[in-house]
Design a protein. Structure first.
Length: 58
């Protein structure tokens, strides 16, 4: 669903005066960078689960 939602906004982003391919590339790299940073920080800083009953590792 997220992919469909994002793809539906691509034509509008391309037609913006400030937009185009550089804006879309910036947004993709920003979101992916945040996801990777979140995963790395979670692995390195996550000593114990916040909610052990919901943790997939238990």
């Amino acid at each position: 669903m997220t992919c469909d939602y994002g793809a539906s906004h691509t034509p509008a982003l391309v037609t913006l005066p400030l937009g185009g391919a550089p804006l879309i590339a910036f947004l993709i790299f920003t979101v992916q960078g945040a996801a990777i940073t979140d995963a790395v920080a979670g692995r390195r800083l996550g000593v114990r689960p916040i909610a052990p009953a919901l943790s997939p590792r238990s």
